[in-house]
Design a protein around this ligand. Structure first.
Ligand code: FEO
Length: 576
C-alpha cells in the first residue's frame, strides 16, 4: 500500500529537538537531523534521521545514550531543561559510535560524578573518546541495575547490532526495551511513534538490509535473549520513531527476514579485534563486498567472544576472514585465535587482513597454518601500510566479493542451467546496446560493461540500468552517486569490450591502458566512446539478483552524429 500521509516539511533550523514523555518517569529526547543524507560508507538516506536519548527517573536517574556532537547546543539545552545534569547517576552506553555517544564527554564535563555503564569494549573505546577519568561499570548479559521505584534495568548482550559491543537495556517497570540501532530506521518527522506503518516500512526495511541483515544470525541470537525477558510494550530505538503500535509486526519482520537469510545462505565469519578504527572500517568494507553475493556475514571480536561461540562459528562458516590482532593484544586473543586455527578445515575458504601495519601480529604464520589445514585462499592478504583511503576500502569490498563468489559459484551455475531451454532461447532474443559504466569516488574508480540499459523518463531525462548485485561497480551506484554511461560504437568496440570483460583482481586499476578524460562529475569518459552521458542515481529497485538503478542524466555529448550504437545480440537469456 502506498503511503498517503504527507511528510512533515523540512523546515529550518535543520537540527531540532523533540522531548516527550513515553512512560512513567521516562522521557525521550529526540535529536532530529532532518537533512542528513548519508550514513556509514554507502548508506544513502531519503528522510533524514534522529538520534534518540532517554531519561529514566527512579530514586536514581539514568540517561540511556546521548546524541551526535552536531546537536551539542540544542541537546544539552533540552537535557538541562528536563533535569539538573548533576543529578544524573548513570549514563548507559548502548555502544560507542559517535551518533549516540558524541556528547558523553560534554555530559561528563557537566557531571564528573556520573557512572558510565556499558559493555567492556564499549567502555574501553569510550576512554579514547572522552580523554578523562570517569567512573565506569562494566555490564554483561543478564546484569541488573536497580534505579528504585520499580525501575530495574536489565542488560542484554546484542553483539553486532550494529557493533560488536552493543547492549540492549530493559526496564522492568515500564517494560520498555532500549535497543539503540536495532529495530531503528533513518526516518525523521514530528511523530514520536510508529503510528503509520506504511509511512515507515520502506525505511525500516532498507535500514535492516544495510545494518542488520549482514549479521542475521546475531539478530536471531539477540531476539532469543530478549525472548527470556517479560514481553516489551515499547521498543525505544536509537534512530527514527519508537515502536509501540506495530511492535509485534515489526519485530516479526526482523525475525522472518533474519531466519530466511540465515537458513538460505552460506556464512563467512570475520574474526578480528574491534577498534572503532581502521580494522573496523576494513571489516565493514569486506562485509559489504561479501553480502553482495548473498552470503551472510558474522563478525566476532576475538577479544570479548566466548570460546564456545568462536568454535561454533568457525565450524558453521564456509569462509573465514581473520583480521590480525595488534601485538599488544596477542596474549588476550591467543586462545580465541588458536581455536579458529584449530577448528578451521579444508572445505573452507579464507582471507586475511591487517589494519595496524607493523603493530599487528604478522600474517604469515596464520596464512601458513590455514593453508596447511587445506583451506583455499580466496584473495591475497590485505596489508595496510598507511592510513586507509577509498582505494583501500574498494580493495576490501572487492576481496569480500571474490570470497563470496567463490562460495556461491556452484549454486549460481546450477541456477543458470535450470532455466527451461525454450524460454532461455526466447529470452535471448531481447537485445540491448553495449555500454561501459565508469565511476570515481576519491581515489577509487571502477567500470563495468553493461547491456541492460534503457531510457526511462523524459522529464527529467532518466535511464535505468540493471546491475548484478555482486558487481564491483554496484558500490559506486548508490543513491546520490554520479557516474558516466559510455555508449560504444558499432564496428569500434571489440577491444574496449574485451578489456572491460577481463576478470580484474580486487582493487586493480580498470583503466590501465585505456584513454580517458574526466567528466564534469569526475567519472572517466572513455575517449573512444561514441557518446557519453553524465548521470546521478536517484533511486534503486531491488530485484532478486540485480539492482534496477534509475538515474537522471545531466550532461552528455556525442562524438560522431552519424555513428551507430553497438548492439548486443544474444542466443540465450540465462546470462549476458
Ligand atoms: Fe547508530 Fe551504530 O550507531
Amino acid at each position: 500500500m502506498v503511503a498517503t500521509k504527507p511528510r512533515t516539511t523540512k523546515a529550518a533550523p535543520r537540527l531540532t529537538m523533540d522531548v516527550a514523555e513515553i512512560a512513567e518517569n521516562t522521557t525521550v529526547l529526540r535529536s532530529l537531523d532532518w537533512d542528513r543524507d548519508r550514513f556509514d560508507i554507502e548508506f544513502g538516506l531519503k528522510n533524514g534521521t534522529t538520534y534518540n536519548s532517554f531519561l529514566i527517573r527512579g530514586d536514581k536517574i539514568a540517561l540511556v545514550d546521548s546524541s551526535h556532537a552536531k546537536f551539542r547546543e540544542v541537546y544539552l539545552a533540552a537535557l538541562q531543561g528536563e533535569i539538573d545534569v548533576n543529578s544524573i547517576d548513570y549514563l548507559v552506553i548502548s555502544h560507542t559510535e559517535p551518533d549516540h555517544s558524541g556528547l558523553v564527554a560534554d555530559i561528563l564535563e557537566l557531571n564528573p560524578n556520573i557512572t558510565v555503564v556499558g559493555g567492556k569494549v564499549a567502555l574501553q573505546y569510550l576512554d579514547q573518546l572522552v580523554h578523562r577519568p570517569y567512573t565506569k561499570e562494566v555490564v554483561k548479559n543478564g546484569v541488573k541495575l536497580d534505579l528504585g521505584q520499580g525501575h530495574e534495568l536489565e542488560f542484554v548482550s546484542a553483539p553486532n547490532l550494529h557493533w560488536p559491543d552493543t547492549i540492549f537495556t530493559y526496564d522492568h517497570k515500564t517494560e520498555i526495551l532500549y535497543t539503540c540501532d536495532a529495530f531503528g530506521m533513518h526516518f525523521c518527522d514530528d511523530c514520536t511513534y510508529d503510528e503509520d506503518i506504511d509511512l515507515i516500512s520502506e525505511d525500516y526495511s532498507v535500514y535492516y538490509k544495510c545494518l542488520m541483515e549482514p549479521n542475521a544470525r546475531s539478530v536471531l541470537s539477540a531476539l532469543k535473549r530478549v525472548g527470556k525477558l517479560p514481553e516489551a510494550k515499547q521498543i525505544a530505538t536509537g534512530h527514527g520513531p519508537l515502536i509501540k503500535h506495530n511492535l509485534e509486526e515489526l519485530v516479526g519482520r526482523y525475525e522472518e527476514w533474519s531466519k530466511n537469510k540465515a537458513k538460505a545462505e552460506k556464512t563467512v565469519a570475520i574474526f578480528y579485534v574491534s577498534d572503532y578504527g581502521h580494522s573496523e572500517a576494513m571489516a565493514k568494507a569486506l562485509t559489504q563486498g561479501i553480502v553482495k553475493t548473498d552470503v551472510v556475514v558474522e563478525t566476532m571480536d576475538l577479544r570479548v567472544s566466548e570460546m564456545s561461540e568462536v568454535r561454533v562459528l568457525t565450524e558453521l562458516a564456509s569462509g573465514i576472514i581473520i583480521g590480525t590482532p595488534p601485538q599488544s593484544l596477542k596474549s588476550t586473543v591467543q586462545a580465541a585465535l588458536s581455536t579458529v586455527l584449530a577448528v578451521a578445515g579444508k572445505k573452507q575458504s579464507f582471507g586475511l587482513f591487517e589494519a595496524g601495519g607493523d603493530e599487528d601480529e604478522p600474517l604469515a604464520p596464520i596464512r601458513s597454518s590455514l593453508s596447511e589445514s587445506g583451506l583455499k585462499e580466496a584473495f591475497p592478504p590485505i596489508q595496510l601500510e598507511e592510513a586507509p583511503t577509498e582505494a583501500t576500502y574498494q580493495l576490501c569490498d572487492e576481496s569480500g566479493t571474490d570470497l563470496g563468489q567463490l562460495l556461491t559459484k556452484a549454486k549460481n551455475i546450477k541456477k543458470m542451467k535450470s532455466l527451461d531451454g525454450d524460454l532461455d532461447k526466447a529470452l535471448g532474443r531481447l537485445s540491448g546496446g553495449l555500454y561501459i559504466i565508469t565511476a570515481k569516488k576519491g581515489e577509487a574508480s571502477s567500470a563495468m560493461l553493461a547491456s541492460w540499459v534503457s531510457q526511462a523518463s523524459i522529464s527529467p531525462l532518466g535511464i535505468t540500468i540493471a546491475v548484478a548485485k555482486d558487481r564491483a561497480i554496484e558500490s559506486f551506484m548508490h543513491v546520490g552517486d554520479r557516474f558516466v554511461l559510455n555508449v560504444l560504437e558499432e564496428g569500434n568496440y571489440q577491444h574496449l569490450m574485451r578489456h572491460f570483460l577481463k576478470r580484474f583482481k580486487p582493487g586493480q586499476d580498470r583503466f590501465e591502458g585505456v584513454e580517458t578524460q574526466p567528466a564534469e562529475n569526475g567519472a572517466p569518459i572513455l575517449a573512444e566512446a561514441l557518446s557519453f552521458l553524465e548521470c546521478q542515481v536517484v533511486t534503486r529497485l531491488e530485484g532478486d539478483d540485480h539492482w534496477i538503478v534509475y538515474s537522471t542524466v545531466d550532461n552528455g555529448r556525442v562524438s560522431d552524429v552519424d555513428g551507430l550504437t553497438a548492439v548486443h545480440h544474444r542466443k540465450v537469456g540465462n546470462h549476458y
